[in-house]
Design a binder for this molecule. Structure first.
Ligand code: Q9C
Ligand code: ZN
Length: 344
């Protein structure tokens, strides 16, 4: 399996984040990708390629132009205002406030274009996120040229980012960019399977009213887990998209067997959809040792996941999402990819 490595990822390096209202050392760090790269190289998984620039247009297919413009210029604006350290939002247009206007104030636009205070906007966030999406598009190219799979090693992750907001450590929704690009290149039906511990609210929202992308997600119950306000079991899609969204929330403490039972349910829905391509939002924060998550998956279960996805039998694009047990992340991700390689 080829890996597309976003070598611009270290440009995004937050020192701190707000977590439950307190400033703590950042969980989403460059070291995460460094450990994964080391594992992929050490195992000789396959060639490691650089992303090819496909331009901004592919991002603009799923994100609003005003959001992308804001992101691209946000760090310079923050610096011009004398900002010290990373930028954080502090005010949001919640119910009864207007979100149809774009105030001049930088603080106001930070709130307009974000969903939480846990996502530091750093000097290199835009560069790293832009190239992450390019890496996803480069991986898609490999599949369209006939490869069975590809792995996109990137950070920041993408699945919480919506059409016009960042959050949950995510700025550009790589899974959505890749799915839309696949459709734009002639594929008809795309399946996105999100196995990150957290619900992929951004991906779900982007395709919620559409039948050409089926979004299925297994995640910590949003009654108690981020992102709280989306990811519940009754969200089935709307309008033309009704029936093409499936959420499988699990309680904190969920075991290997509980998780794989939900995986089978999710795959059954995706199989009935008969998609042309599978995109996997590959978070490994389901690992028992993850510092911010509460499932109990052991490392061998990641190989089992890879094998199962191989048996699903579709061209498969793996996109890196979460996973915060930094020392273990490399072997956890590698287990999925090697399991897939060894699977039928
Ligand atoms: N008090 C990903 O795994 N922090 N994002 C929650 C709750 C947000 C995780 C803090 C966690 C986002 C891609
Ligand atoms: Zn996550």
């Amino acid at each position: 399996m080829k890996t597309i490595y976003n070598d611009k990822h270290p440009a995004h390096a937050a020192t701190h984040e707000f977590f439950r209202g307190r400033l703590v050392p950042a969980f989403e760090t460059p070291a995460r990708a460094d450990f994964i790269l080391q594992a992929v190289q050490g195992a000789d998984l396959g060639p490691i390629l650089a992303p090819v620039n496909h331009g901004l247009q592919a991002l603009a297919r799923v994100h609003s132009s005003r959001y992308l413009n804001f992101l691209a210029g946000a760090w310079d604006e923050w610096q011009a205002l004398g900002g010290e350290g990373d930028a954080f939002p502090a005010v949001w247009p919640v119910r009864s406030l207007r979100d149809d206007i774009e105030p001049q104030s930088f603080a106001a636009r930070m709130g307009l274009y974000s969903m939480d205070s846990g996502t530091p906007l750093t000097a290199g966030a835009w560069d790293a996120a832009f190239w992450g999406a390019q890496a996803a598009l480069t991986g898609l190219d490999l599949l369209l040229a006939g490869e069975r799979s590809a792995y996109v090693l990137t950070r920041p992750p993408g699945h919480h980012a919506g059409s016009d907001f960042f959050g949950g450590y995510c700025f550009v929704n790589n899974a959505a960019v890749a799915a839309q690009a696949a459709l734009d290149q002639g594929l008809k039906k795309i399946a996105i399977l999100d196995v990150d511990y957290h619900h992929g609210n951004g991906t779900q929202a982007i395709f919620y009213e559409r039948a050409d992308v089926f979004f299925a997600s297994i995640h910590g119950d949003p009654q108690t887990e981020y992102p709280f306000f989306l990811g519940h079991a009754d969200e089935a899609g709307a309008g033309a998209g009704l029936g093409f969204n499936a959420n499988f929330p699990l309680p904190a403490g969920a075991t290997n067997e509980q998780w794989f039972e939900r995986l089978e349910a999710a795959l059954a829905r995706l199989q009935a959809y008969a998609p042309d391509l599978l995109i996997v939002s590959l978070g490994v924060d389901t690992f028992a040792g993850d510092p911010i998550s509460h499932f109990q998956l052991d490392q061998p279960e990641f190989a089992r996941l890879g094998e199962r996805l191989a048996r699903f039998g579709l061209p498969t694009l793996f996109l890196q999402e979460g996973g915060y047990a930094t020392e273990a992340i490399g072997l956890n991700v590698l287990a999925v990819l090697q399991g897939f390689e060894q699977g039928a």
